[in-house]
Design a binder for this molecule. Sequence first.
Ligand SMILES: Cc1ncc(COP(=O)(O)O)c(C=O)c1O
Length: 400
Amino acid sequence: MNWPTRYSQSARMAKRSAIRELLKLTARPDMISFAGGLPAPELFPVEEVRDACVRVLTDRPSRSLQYGESEGFPELREWIALRESRGGVRVDPGQVLITQGAQQALDLVGRCLLDRGEVAWVEDPTYLALLTAWRGVGAGFAPCATGPEGWTRVKSGRAFGRPPRVFYANPNFQNPTGATWTRETRRRVVEQARAEGVALVEDDPYGDLGFQGDTPPSLWSMDAERAGLGRGGGNVVRIGTFSKVLAPGLRLGWVVAPEEVVERMVAVRQGMDLHPGTLAQSVVWELVQRGTLERQVPRLRTAYQERCEAMIRSLEEADLPGVTWNRPEGGMFLWVRLAEGECAEKLLRRALEVGVAFVPGAEFWVEQKASNTLRLNYSHTNPERIREGVRRLSSVIRAG
Ligand SMILES: Cc1ncc(COP(=O)(O)O)c(C=O)c1O
């Protein structure tokens, strides 16, 4: 069989990232990797997960190993609905769909809301795997800037000839920049979306990981309040995940959306994976009942703040000319700008030789492609290794 002639258009268009191939080198034991968006493995609640596995396989083996409901376990949907009901806005369990991580939620949203050739508005830079997922349905992207005045179109946006269908945002501790939208930005964006008839996709994997605790209200709840709805269900589709607060290997996340959107997503997912894994749902349900999440979240916030500060202090001490970075208030990432004219991709090749890895920013840009930017992850590495990693990185930056 001549396979290349048999591939679909979307398979032909799908690209494996050259950078990801390079980053395979990060598996080397001496490598300090600031590349992946990985949680700290030593903070996984291993004992609790082990106990939960034994408990669910002892008490409810059939439910944990049998096929399950397409929407996910009703008890877990109910719990998520309660957790998402904040600020006087109620979420109904019927508005919740359990997914295999936030990534599947994004894929489902793309398949349900975008046709080939349609345009999604995104911040520039934005979450890389969102671009991969929605390119798969043939969508185009138009870059926007966001601020207290809401969203503004980036002038050079080529795709702006066509009307936008959705606006994708990651308003808390954004991947890759670590930036968080202010309350005012949220209010304006929610208003603009209503005025222009654009669906807002609010992807919020990091919202629980604010160093100081709570983040501003969600777009979902602001939109519902704005529309005078006692319960959400207006213009926003909100996405959450257990990946960053429990463990990504569980592959469990969720979508909160108006019932009719959930219903469409269920129809689509039935041709995809039938339902989310029952063993993972059983384990997560057991963990939430035992209060594991309430214990994990403060631990993670403290540890990640310490790691973030260690990284920033190490960069300050390195005193690299022309190099600047943001100060995230939560999440997992630091966004760094090298001096004008420097290239982060070239720097990566040299950095790998001295045993430190990161992701060049160009991966995340839709249009601007600022090649002097890079993303550093601090959650995965302990403070001592962070200091050593920044020392290695600084030596190659300084060597030019
Ligand atoms: C912004 C954003 N959305 C979605 C995801 C995917 O998360 P999950 O592991 O739940 O699929 C990630 C993971 O890094 C992310 O950073």
